[in-house]
Every structure is written in structure tokens, then in C-alpha cells.
Design a binder for this molecule. Structure first.
Ligand SMILES: [Zn+2]
Length: 385
């Protein structure tokens, strides 16, 4: 299950429902959600969507949105249905998100559903983007198609949490991610010969997490200490992620890996107007190497994290991973800007000289999911904002 969306961790407790039909319909929608999740590496900034077409109690077609710019799930399901020699006329469609009704990169899915003469559509949740927002459902109803909204709504919203948050707030979903020892240390002491905390399985999981995120951000302290690349290894989508650093004084070394690889992988330096003016020569050299510099307002000597999130939102980033170090993690946490914590725990004890996390776990989180990663464990902790 490495890297797959959290959908898979839902249990099938839905079978406890008494109503048989309800259970069957829910199962179709859950299957559509599983299908949707297969697009997790390639649909952003579009949401993941799946669709299943059922007639006479048989699935006659299915599809999902496979990658940005290509067919939406509904069209793929209708095409699959026809390719299998079935007619979608009078069938029921289960779709995990409200069908679109506008011309984007592809024609409206509502038109395809109307043309296919689908009789009834179960929609898991409304698409809250301004272009749709109920208008897709309205259009289907205007064409006498029965529409039921809300089947597996919670799961559907969780699957595309970043998409819904960006539409609602203009900001991406923010995940604070770190690796730690059992005694909550984020790194070995500088003099230690040890480097990694986590095992190979956990590190690969991080790359999958990066691959399904739109951006990754660290503080300048992490760049100065670790000189990270923040890229994605072992997946074909390694060019997709936007890398960013928070660097109010423009301390970033010209020879660091982030700067030196900016021509291959996008890299943003969030700094302030004063630093840009004070380092005009360095700014030009950074720009020549394809680094993007963005001036952010300073509040109490720190860059406004809120403004950084809004800038990333404008770049259509659905999900941001904050990878540290402790100062940056704590800054997002204390500003109440984090939606979720992802903590990779290794079965080691580093001792008092290790680098410590400088904020406490929330004491009220109960809905914590765990994933075994060989000898390591990932804890996913949603934060109630
Ligand atoms: Zn569509």
C-alpha cells in the first residue's frame, strides 16, 4: 500500500448497514473510489475521479481520470462500456465527484452522460470549484436524469482533500512530515557517523508521498545543514514537484543542490523585498540558474507563512509537504496552518544530543492511522483546525 491514498485504510464496516441495496450501492461507489485513487500520481491539479456504470445488477463499464489533460472518469467509463459491447442507455452511473459542465481541457462530462442516455447518477460529493459547484448536477436534472448526492461523501472528500481545501481557501493542504527516533529526535548529533534514521522502505514511501504532492518546502536551516535535493527518486513523475525554501535573509549558497538543479526541477526561494534589494548581484545569478524568487511580507521578523501558502495555491498546488527542520515545522504548527502530521518513527534511541522536535504532539488526536514500513512505522495524524 506504499504511497496509495488513505482510502485503502477504510474498513468495510459499511457492511454493518442493514439495507441491502444501500450496501450494494455503497460498494459500487467504494469501487469507484478505489479506481479514482489509481490516478494519484498524475491527475493534479485535477482531482482523482472514478466512475462505474451498472445495468441489470452488472458492472458494464468503468473508468478513472488517468492524467491531467486527458479524458475524465465519466467519459472513460462510457467508452469502456461501449468498447465491451454494452449500451449505457438506461444504466446507472456511480461517480466519485460531481460531473463537470464546462469546457476545460476536455468537453463537459454532463454532455457525455446525457448523450449516453444514462438514467440515474450517484454522485459521491459536489465539486466545490467555482466552475462547477452544483451546476453539473443541475444540468443532469434538467435533462431528466435522476441524481443522488452524498453516497460515500466523506471518503470522496478525503480522497481529494487538497483539491477541496484549495477551492475553499486558496491554500494547499499542508502536511508536516518528519522522521524521528523513539525519543523524538529528528537527527543524529553532528559528530555521529550515522546519517539515516529510517529504513529503505520508509525512505521510498517518502518519495511516493512527494510524487503525489504538488510542492515541498524546507527552511534555510535544513539547506545549510543537509544540502538536500528534495527531488523524487524511483518514480516516473519526478519532474512534477515544486521545491521551495523559506529564506528571509537570502542566505542560500549558490553551490547548493537546490540551486544547481533548478534548471531541471522547479525551485522557488521565498524571501523578502529587503533581502532582494540588498543582494541584487546574487539575485541575478540565482535567476540565471532558473531559481524563482518571490518576495513575501515579513511579520515579526518572519516571512508570512500564510502568504507563502497563498502563493503556492495560485500555482495550483493541492498538497504541500513541509519537511523541516524543527523550526520550520514548529512555525507551521504554531500558526495553525498544518492539516496533518506524517511521522515516520524508527526503532532507535538517539539520546539527548540529537536534534529535538520543538513542539508537542497534539493531545487530542484520536483518528491516527498507522502503516507498517518494515521495521519503521508511519503515523498519520489529522489535525482538527
Ligand atoms: Zn468532467
Amino acid at each position: 500500500m506504499i504511497g496509495m491514498p488513505k482510502l485503502f485504510t477504510f474498513s468495510f464496516s459499511f457492511f454493518t448497514y442493514n439495507n441491502i441495496m444501500m450496501k450494494i450501492n455503497e460498494q459500487y461507489m467504494l469501487n469507484a473510489l478505489v479506481l479514482a485513487s489509481q490516478g494519484y500520481l498524475a491527475t493534479a491539479p485535477n482531482p482523482m475521479v472514478g466512475a462505474i456504470i451498472v445495468k441489470d445488477k452488472k458492472v458494464i463499464g468503468s473508468g478513472y481520470h488517468q492524467s491531467f489533460g486527458h479524458n475524465h472518469a465519466e467519459v472513460n467509463a462510457i467508452e469502456d462500456c461501449i468498447a465491451q459491447g454494452h449500451s449505457p442507455a438506461d444504466a446507472t452511473m456511480f461517480v466519485t465527484l460531481e460531473p463537470c459542465c464546462h469546457f476545460g481541457k476536455t468537453p463537459p462530462c454532463t454532455d457525455a452522460i446525457i448523450k449516453a442516455k444514462i438514467k440515474k447518477v450517484f454522485v459521491a460529493t459536489i465539486d466545490n470549484s467555482s466552475k462547477v459547484d452544483g451546476k453539473g448536477i443541475q444540468k443532469l436534472r434538467e435533462h431528466n436524469i435522476e441524481v443522488e448526492v452524498g453516497l460515500c461523501q466523506k471518503q470522496a472528500q478525503q480522497l481529494n482533500a487538497g483539491f477541496f481545501k484549495l477551492n475553499d481557501t486558496g491554500k494547499p493542504l499542508v502536511i508536516l512530515k518528519w522522521a524521528q527516533s523513539l525519543d523524538a529526535k529528528l537527527a543524529w548529533p553532528i559528530e555521529s557517523a550515522n546519517r539515516w534514521l529510517t529504513n529503505q522502505t520508509a525512505r521510498q514511501h517518502v518519495h511516493e508521498l512527494r510524487a503525489k504532492s504538488g510542492a515541498i518546502i524546507v527552511g534555510i536551516g535544513t539547506v545549510l545543514a543537509d544540502n538536500p535535493m528534495l527531488n523524487i527518486r524511483n518514480t516516473e513523475y519526478r519532474n512534477k514537484i515544486l521545491r521551495a525554501v523559506i529564506d528571509s535573509e537570502l542566505q542560500i549558497p549558490m553551490d547548493c543542490q537546490l540551486v544547481q538543479t533548478a534548471k531541471d526541477w522547479p525551485f522557488i526561494i521565498y524571501t523578502c523585498e529587503t533581502a532582494i534589494k540588498a543582494h541584487s548581484e546574487k539575485v541575478q545569478m540565482l535567476k540565471d540558474l532558473n531559481c524563482q524568487l518571490v518576495a513575501i511580507e515579513k511579520l515579526n521578523d518572519h516571512l508570512s507563512l500564510e502568504e507563502i501558502l497563498i502563493d503556492l495555491g495560485k500555482r495550483n498546488v493541492l498538497q504541500l509537504i513541509v519537511e523541516g527542520g524543527p523550526t520550520t515545522l514548529a512555525a507551521f504548527y504554531h500558526a495553525n496552518l498544518a492539516d496533518e502530521l506524517m511521522v515516520y518513527v524508527a526503532p532507535i534511541i538517539i539520546g539527548s544530543r540529537g536534534l529535538a522536535l520543538n513542539f508537542d504532539f497534539p493531545t487530542t488526536a484520536t483518528d491516527i492511522q498507522t502503516t507498517d514500513l518494515a521495521t519503521n512505522t508511519l503515523y498519520e495524524i489529522p489535525l482538527a483546525l
